[in-house]
Design a protein around this ligand. Structure first.
Ligand code: HPA
Length: 269
């Protein structure tokens, strides 16, 4: 596997993706951040050797390389979800490739349901910890050259990045909240009983992504920073009919605020 990862990283380097400092993974409705990237090159996932290929709607995502917040970054516009039928190791692959391209930090965003009764639709939740209810992507033979067999997860989300992001939000008058993100397989949204259960076991938000990528990133030693945009509420008395379109629409509304936080945070690295 390591050979494949290195081969793909070498291919991307040959296409001019040289020394990115940070990797960014953009969630549902949050791809607009790419309009703030001074793009140097972009490559369709289809054209990248060994990258997972989208099986769902035929339109592949893109890997974007450019300047953002004054730093060279590589961004995944479009991520891979377990519910689409990808294995967790397929979801892991692009994260490992970005590491071998040279990134030192990983930034992620997602759309999520809020199960904390204090949350409002449109809130930005800085993820401080997670609960993984997806299959663990590190199950199987471990390659010690990539990372240790039993990775520590006591600080999956980097505290100093969380502190810095908090200051940036305060300075820009952006309301933020903090909490635990719970990752499920989807693709169903939760029943009221499931939302209640997730709240009971310690979640503040729930979604269908992020935890797999963060586990893989921690395995390989990358500090992570992630945010959830709260697009709907899984709180008793406030649960409404939800669709993917509603999730996208609500995520898009928060995009500018999230982009301010991400730009200033990356610029401060
Ligand atoms: N549940 C799971 N995933 C989600 C939700 C939700 O309520 N909202 C956006 N992604």
């Amino acid at each position: 596997m390591l050979e494949k990862i290195k081969e793909t990283a070498e291919f991307l380097k040959s296409k001019g993706i040289i020394n990115p400092e940070a990797g960014i993974v953009l969630g549902t409705g949050l791809g607009g951040l790419t309009s703030k990237i001074n793009i140097i090159s972009e490559i369709d996932y289809h054209d990248i050797p060994s990258f997972p290929v989208s099986t769902v709607d035929g339109h592949a995502g893109k890997l974007i390389y450019g300047d953002f917040g004054g730093k060279k970054i590589v961004a995944m516009k479009g991520r891979f979800h377990f519910y689409e039928g990808y294995s967790t190791s397929q979801i892991a692959f692009p994260i490992r490739v970005m590491k071998y391209l040279g990134i030192k930090w990983l930034f992620l965003s997602n759309a999520a349901g809020g199960v904390n009764p204090g949350f409002r639709i449109g809130d930005i939740m800085i993820i401080t910890d997670h609960i993984n209810l997806l299959p663990n992507p590190l199950i199987g033979k471990n390659d010690d050259r990539i990372g240790t067999r039993f990775p520590d997860m006591s600080e999956a989300y980097d505290r100093s990045l969380i502190d810095r992001a908090t200051e940036i939000a305060e300075k820009n008058n952006i309301r933020i909240c903090k909490g635990v993100y719970l990752g499920t397989t989807g693709p169903t949204f939760e029943t009221p009983a499931e939302y209640k259960y997730f709240r009971t076991i310690g979640a503040d938000s729930v979604g269908m992504s992020t935890v797999t990528e963060v586990i893989v990133a921690r395995h390989i030693g990358l500090p992570c920073f992630a945010v959830s945009i709260i697009t709907d509420l899984g709180v008793e008395g406030k649960i409404e009919y939800t669709t993917h379109e509603i999730v996208q629409r609500e995520a898009e509304k928060a995009e500018n605020r999230m982009t301010i936080i991400m730009t200033e945070l990356i610029s401060s690295l």
